[in-house]
Design a protein around this ligand. Structure first.
Ligand SMILES: Nc1ncnc2c1ncn2[C@@H]1O[C@H](COP(=O)(O)OP(=O)(O)OP(=O)(O)O)[C@@H](O)[C@H]1O
Ligand SMILES: [Mg+2]
Length: 274
């Protein structure tokens, strides 16, 4: 599948990261990966959370696949055999994989670099879900990704951690990383709640308007159900909940910010009838 269709341009690399936990990183990573794949981009969704968050979000077979930890354990050869393919040919997943804590520690920034190097020509976007905080696994992603997508939960105190994140990204750049904060997305937004609106206002005040996505991810019980069903919200049934459209809008916005442009990569006109 996607590995056979190589492109001359290396994949755009994106880390979904935040100092705070529970802000929607995994939910956004999964649903955004799905929405971008639906737009025709070849997406690799990689999991750098040793708890295997992506695997837990899409089902046991993915949780139990050897993943990046298995790839490291087995000597960092070709990665293709460690990918989990999905029902969308454009979307593949590299789960974290079950492993001991000691083994997990071997999933370092060189592992991320190795995945980018080996699979960079086979995907348009490599999107990493990261654990909360700025520790080892998150740093590994940020050292080798070009872009950061920062979800901010529209809940009290959420904006307090943002300056720390900005300082950290600045430090990484001074150390030679080329990572840029490319987009901030408000998540779990409830426009009827004053506290939620106040955070949105803080975010709009703190960042240049071009950085904050117009698309906000609303707070919606559908996400909890989607987690329970282990599917992206778009696959919750024949008639997906309205929130699924948020990720379609988000993917369309990010397409421009990430300069994806399908035609530039491999796009050919899609025939209505073969
Ligand atoms: N927009 C939303 N509306 C309602 N619930 C949501 C929304 N986004 C995520 N959730 C729920 O909130 C919880 C935390 O979301 P998620 O796991 O995506 O956050 P996270 O940032 O990845 O967490 P962690 O820091 O633990 O990795 C999950 O139960 C998820 O289903
Ligand atoms: Mg998570």
């Amino acid at each position: 599948m996607s590995q056979e269709r190589t492109s001359s341009r290396a994949a755009t690399t994106v880390a979904v990261a935040s100092t705070k936990g529970g802000v929607g990183k995994t939910t956004i990573s999964l649903n955004l990966a799905y929405a971008l794949a639906k737009r025709g981009y070849r997406i690799l969704l990689g999991d750098l959370d040793p708890q295997g968050a992506v695997g837990l979000s899409v089902g046991q077979s993915v949780s139990e696949a050897p993943g990046i930890c298995g790839w490291v354990r087995e000597g960092r050869g070709p990665v293709d055999g460690f990918l989990v393919h999905t029902r969308l040919p454009e979307l593949s997943i590299l789960p974290f994989g079950p492993c001991s804590w000691n083994e997990a520690q071997q999933v370092d920034h060189l592992a991320v670099h190795g995945v980018h190097r080996r699979l960079g020509q086979s995907f348009d976007v490599i999107l990493w879900d990261t654990p909360a905080g700025l520790g080892g696994f998150t740093e590994s992603a940020l050292r080798h990704c070009e872009h950061v997508l920062l979800p901010v939960q529209a809940a009290p105190l959420a904006a307090r951690a943002l300056p720390q994140m900005m300082t950290y990204l600045g430090d990484l750049r001074r150390m030679g990383a080329s990572v840029e904060l490319t987009a901030v997305v408000l998540s779990m937004v409830n426009l009827r709640e004053k506290a939620s609106l106040a955070v949105a206002q803080e975010v709009w005040d703190l960042f240049p308007p071009s950085l904050v996505l117009d698309t906000m991810i609303p707070e919606d019980p559908a996400f909890r159900q989607a987690s329970a069903d282990a599917v992206p919200v778009s696959l919750m049934g024949r008639r997906p909940p309205a929130v699924a459209a948020s990720f379609e809008r988000m993917a369309a916005e990010l397409e421009k910010k990430l300069h994806l442009g399908l035609d530039e990569h491999h796009g050919t006109p899609l025939r209505l009838v073969d």
